[in-house]
Design a protein around this ligand. Structure first.
Ligand code: GRG
Length: 302
């Protein structure tokens, strides 16, 4: 598959997603408009849009409607952006730069940034339950809402975040502890992006070969994504990344790189990506884009 075909397809997905995010984050003329301004600032600050792209691509691979998938995927990007706003706050990582721009609490008052994160989290579920916005049957909406609330909650992303905060400076953290933390913090939101594509195509049977293989894809991809993030925090280029490097080290964080070293982490990343790609063999040619995406995420520089 030529790289140009992949790049064009990726740009097409991203452009449809960005248009949708632009539409949902328009600022109403309301007395509380400052919170909308802060929400829009972070939502439209760029970002790779990996999670919504995954939802759209899984839906397309399974024969679903891409427009519907893009609408649903915007909810995932809202939750993801909320988590970044909160993660950057002084009480968490206290970062000044995100997506190449000043963090939300550096542009708006800290209290507004906190509320903007809360606003985006709520907006996600408002979008999914709105019949005008997302035109799918009610039982499908409940499945989407249930999947996203679990993935972003205490057994998913929030659970991973607390393990991360509590694991800082612990010197006896094992690779197993790290995996558990990242399956929550990073993996859950990648997995739900895949699951959204399945739900929208009524692929509900969790014991079916298709579902099992898709899950294998998402679990391996989620962990690979985090390992690459850890590697970039050490050897990445700040101007390309749009955030400072070395922040894991300065926070005393245990990462795949601090535990395994760069070389082993790179090997682990390659093995996991390979497993993710092979898991999609069952879908034949229809999986071409997702396979290329997994490979592009392995090679990414931001
Ligand atoms: C505060 C509830 C709460 C959770 C925070 C997402 C998160 C959990 C923390 C952000 C820091 C981090 C390195 C998380 C791991 C997941 C990850 C790699 C996030 C960055 O995602 P990208 O690379 O970011 O997709 P963009 O900006 O491209 O969307």
């Amino acid at each position: 598959m030529s790289n140009k075909i992949f790049e064009d397809k990726l740009s097409e997905y991203i452009s449809r997603i960005n248009n949708k995010l632009d539409e949902i984050s328009s600022i109403p003329n309301l007395p509380q408009k400052s919170v909308y301004e802060a929400m829009r600032y972070s939502l439209m600050a760029g970002g790779k849009r990996v999670r919504p792209v995954i939802t759209a691509a899984v839906a397309e691979m399974l024969g679903g409607d891409v427009d519907t998938a893009v609408c649903a995927s915007a909810a995932i990007e809202c939750v993801h952006t909320y988590s970044l706003i909160h993660d950057d706050l002084p009480c968490m990582d206290d970062d000044d730069l995100r997506r190449g721009m000043a963090t939300c609490h550096k542009v708006f008052p800290e209290s507004t940034a906190l509320l903007a994160g809360d606003g985006l989290l709520n907006m996600a579920f408002e979008l999914l339950s709105d019949d005008e916005y997302l035109k799918v049957p009610a039982d499908m909406k409940i499945r989407l809402i249930s999947a996203l609330s679990k993935a972003s909650g205490t057994r998913g992303m929030i659970g991973g975040q607390i393990l991360d905060l509590e694991g800082e400076s612990r010197n006896n953290l094992t690779i197993h502890d790290l995996e558990l933390m990242h399956r929550g913090k990073t993996g859950a939101m990648i997995s739900v992006s895949v699951e959204f594509g399945c739900i929208l195509c009524s692929l509900y049977d969790k014991t079916s070969d298709e579902f099992v293989k898709i899950r294998e894809f998402s679990e391996n991809l989620g962990l690979a994504f985090q390992i690459k993030d850890d590697i970039l925090d050490v050897i990445g280029d700040e101007t390309v990344l749009g955030k400072p490097i070395g922040s894991d080290k300065s926070c005393g964080k245990n990462t795949f790189v601090t535990i395994l070293g760069i070389e082993e982490a790179e090997k682990c990343l390659a093995v996991l990506t390979d497993r993710a790609v092979s898991a999609l063999d069952i879908f034949g040619d229809r999986a071409w884009f997702l396979k290329e995406l997994a490979d592009a995420l392995l090679r990414r520089d931001k």
